[in-house]
Ligand binder design. Structure first.
Ligand code: SF4
Length: 456
């Protein structure tokens, strides 16, 4: 699978890339596939089944909402988060769905939306099945999709052949850090330069430049909204307070002279993003939503605490981080349902460490070292969101991931690039650890903090 930087950094909505962004894409894709076979007007009813982790944490992660909007033709990048509550109210009150914003059908959510908590589809814990029927109750089409993390979706055929490349060939293909290094050594190019050339497979140079700056712009807007929100609590019923606005005010009104204040700012940036995510706001998957505060926080750290963070450095950061993200996507997983929180916060931390190291002028070996440290100290991290909501421990965990990423980059910069555990080895270890991790710790809310907090 050839992966673009824009596959890893996608503009979407909260609270989850695998449970919100992916399902919305899947619902729309399913209807596209239907339209190739028959006119939408043939559809009389629709059935949606969610399996495994999608069923267990789907409500808390907004999967049902995302699918309904996807069936109405919406996409995560363009749907207006503020309009979602009214859209849902309309669907539920009128009991109608307007498929692809073209064809209205009767829709009884309680009967047509089925959560299969005990069942799994064969290839992944985040499975969903869409079925449509005509007015004789004859099945017109049925299709399974899998949301495999970071908003990526695959159908049954694609997930069975996940290692095959169906898309365009890129000039410098790589699946491992060793292969990436080989290209760098042969050509004398940096990771950023290689990625820049690979990206031109899909886009012009100006589109890549503008697109990456837009990604950074959306990250900045998201952070700013989180810091200045006037809402006091997050939705979902846990009664979690938004802390970013108060912390922001405190830092502005009462600045300290301690160097440790930098950590407060980095934590603030990360928490602001993830509070917005928890509230269903506009966010960039980086490379997921749950861990989506780490990279923006480290970029804001560059913006605020480094003398220069110009457009060129923004591009360097994002392309280098994406190269590392590709290694994890190819060699392990960025899906918490597969490998726990290692795949979200761990990968984001590793990517951010590599991106920051590149901006700090590190060598390719030092960048790999930074990324390796970033993951090594997230190995074994479980996914156990309380109440199935991406709030506890997720929001604070982004702050921890961002601080760790900065530390990893600085440690690598102080070294000579030599390290005993290679990035490939740590990716492999993370993958194996994820496979050994019990199901209850992989985005099911059946273990860990999710079951060990006192009832309020
Ligand atoms: S615990 Fe980690 S992986 Fe799980 S939902 Fe929260 S941020 Fe995502």
């Amino acid at each position: 699978m050839n992966i673009s930087v824009f596959d890893l950094f996608k503009i979407g909505i909260g609270p989850s890339s695998s449970h919100t962004v992916g399902p919305m894409y899947a619902a729309k894709q399913f209807l596209f596939n239907c339209m190739e076979q028959f006119p939408l007007t043939k559809i009389y009813s629709v059935k949606i089944e969610l399996f495994g982790s999608l069923a267990l944490t789907g409500k808390g992660h907004g999967s049902d909402t995302a699918i309904l909007l996807g069936l109405e033709g919406e996409e995560p990048a363009s749907v207006e988060p503020e309009q979602i509550p009214n859209r849902l109210k309309r669907i539920r009150k009128n009991r109608t769905l307007c498929l692809m914003n073209e064809h209205k059908i009767y829709f009884e959510e309680e009967k047509s939306f089925i959560f299969k908590y005990e069942d799994l589809l064969p290839h992944h814990s985040n499975g969903m099945r869409f079925t449509v029927f005509d007015d004789d109750s004859t099945k017109l089409r049925e299709e399974n999709f899998y949301s495999v993390g970071g908003g990526f979706i695959l159908n049954t055929k694609e997930i069975q052949n996940d290692n095959e490349d169906f898309g365009a060939q890129i000039p410098f293909p790589f699946r491992t850090c060793e292969e990436l290094f080989e290209h760098c050594t042969k050509t004398g190019m940096t990771c950023r330069e290689l990625m820049w050339i690979n990206e031109q497979t899909w886009r012009s140079e100006s589109d890549i430049w503008e697109g990456l700056l837009e990604i950074w712009g959306v990250m900045q807007e998201c952070t700013q909204r989180g810091m200045s929100s006037t809402e006091t609590h997050l939705p979902g019923g846990l009664n979690v307070r938004r802390r970013a606005p108060e912390l922001y005010k405190e830092l502005v009104d009462n600045p300290e002279t301690s160097p440790a204040e930098m950590m407060d700012w980095v934590s603030l940036f990360a928490m602001a993003v993830n509070e917005e995510n928890a509230a269903g706001g506009r966010i960039v998957t980086a490379p997921t939503n749950g861990g989506g505060g780490v990279i923006p926080a480290v970029m804001h750290y560059c913006h605020r605490f480094r003398s220069e963070f110009n457009e060129d450095e923004i591009i360097t950061f994002l392309l280098t981080a994406a190269a590392i993200g590709i290694l994890f996507k190819e060699g392990a997983s960025i899906s918490a349902a597969e490998v726990g929180c290692q795949g979200e916060i761990g990968v984001a931390c590793s990517m951010a460490a590599g991106g920051l190291a590149a901006v700090m002028g590190c060598t390719t070996s030092q960048i790999a070292n930074a990324a390796e440290i970033g993951m090594e100290h997230n190995l074994g991290l479980t996914c156990d969101p309380v109440g199935g909501l991406v709030q506890i421990p997720c929001i604070e965990r982004n702050a921890m991931g961002a601080i760790k990423a900065i530390n990893a980059a600085r440690l690598a910069k102080r070294g000579d690039g030599n390290h005993i555990i290679s990035l490939d080895k740590v990716i492999n270890t993370m993958h194996k650890t994820g496979k050994d991790m019990m199901h209850i710790y992989k985005e099911t809310s059946l273990g860990g903090l999710a079951v060990n907090i006192p009832e309020c």
